[in-house]
Design a protein around this ligand. Structure first.
Ligand code: KG4
Ligand code: ZN
Length: 342
């Protein structure tokens, strides 16, 4: 493929509770990035209600895509391809984006580029760190996944370790919700944790025998929930700041320990983090410190690109597109799909 001329991709994301679209040039330059969040509505229920998410995507998607083109000062005919998150995620939510993208691709006669959600989280780093190129080792931590991924090339990935049960974002949200913080709790727990004593509540450090790169967070979550329930049974309450700090320290301790061990064992010096939980203040601070001590480089997405957005989809889509990974109108959404399959 002749790549002399800049390639502009219109990218759509609707895998969970954000309806997002962006135009990205050559995988690195963001010409527009529009995100409409449904968080305020899901807050009422303490978590994402899939049926509501699908409906809100249907209502928002036309306006979001129009605005992304308008902000980029482009017409649909000016873009080279239409990209869309097709897996993994909430199936009803994904289908809204996939069907909309298929319609645009057909109407405008533009190639359709399917993008894996976790691959796009990794690609958020190409926007912020314009010199970053594979190979590198990436810790991908979101509401639904916790993976250590060897990124051999832009579209070639291997899972080195993953959670055996809950994802890091999921357990942050669960404990935050039980303490009484609004959804999504991870960011609120992070803020409270900054003010607390992280040694106040001793927490376990789960390790999986013979699988040093895998995670297990459900026991850690239960330990924190037990602290809260025990306090309540005695008619008291936990110290929110101290429990947040102790729990965050424990979760981040597991993430950093396994990630750094994998990097050392496999010989990586270039480390990258991605996904909603990569916004965590302690995770960023701890990895900066450890990487500084060990002489590793660490790339982090800008905070605005940590959560779900269209720009990261456009970034990954560029590399999928130039590798020839396009789809026809039979493209379907998938609730689960390995990052290795793409
Ligand atoms: O990647 P993402 O936006 O959506 C998924 O693909 O799942 O990740 C959302 C997750 C939520 O669980 C949210 O609580 C968590 O990322 N999160 C955080 C922080 N900001 C977002 N977790 C810990 N600390 C944060 N600062
Ligand atoms: Zn995500």
């Amino acid at each position: 493929m002749n790549t002399d001329k800049p390639i502009k991709i219109l990218a759509i994301e609707s895998s969970c509770d954000e309806t997002a679209a962006a135009v990205v040039e050559d995988g690195r330059r963001v010409l527009s990035n529009v995100v409409v969040s449904q968080i305020d509505e899901h807050k009422l229920y303490g978590g994402v209600v899939p049926e509501i998410a699908s409906r809100r995507h249907v209502e928002a998607i036309t306006g979001v895509v129009d605005k992304a083109l308008e902000d980029a000062k482009l017409a649909l005919s000016d873009v080279d391809a239409i990209a869309v998150t097709y897996a993994p995620g909430l199936i009803g939510a994904l289908l809204v984006g996939v069907n909309f993208a298929k319609g645009l691709s057909y109407a405008a006669k533009k190639p359709l580029v399917p993008v894996h959600h976790l691959r796009s989280h990794i690609a958020s780093n190409y926007i912020t760190n314009t010199e970053l190129e594979p190979p590198f080792l990436c810790l991908v931590v979101s509401g639904g996944h916790s993976h250590i991924v060897a990124v051999d090339d832009y579209t070639k990935m291997r899972i080195i370790g993953k959670t055996r049960d809950d994802a890091a974002g999921e357990v942050f949200d669960k404990v935050a919700r039980t303490i009484g913080m609004p959804y999504p709790g991870g960011v609120n727990l992070d803020k409270k944790a900054e003010l607390g004593n992280d040694a106040a509540y001793p927490m376990p450090h789960p390790r999986i025998p013979d699988a040093p790169y895998d995670f297990s967070f459900s026991g850690l979550k239960t330990a924190a929930l037990n602290v809260i329930n025990n306090a309540r049974m005695k008619g008291g309450e936990v110290d929110v700041q101290d429990l947040s700090a102790s729990y965050r320290r424990a979760v981040v301790g597991c993430l950093t320990e396994n990630f750094i061990k994998a990097a050392e064992d496999l010989g990586y010096k270039k480390l990258v983090i991605a996904g909603g939980v990569s916004a965590n203040t302690l995770l960023r601070r701890e990895l900066e410190r450890i990487c500084g001590e060990k002489g590793f480089t660490l790339c982090k997405p800008e905070l605005k690109y940590c959560g779900d957005n269209g720009a990261m989809v456009g970034a990954q889509a560029y590399y999928e597109y130039i590798s020839g990974n396009t789809a026809d109108l039979s493209l379907n959404a998938a609730a689960t799909k390995s990052i290795e399959e793409g």
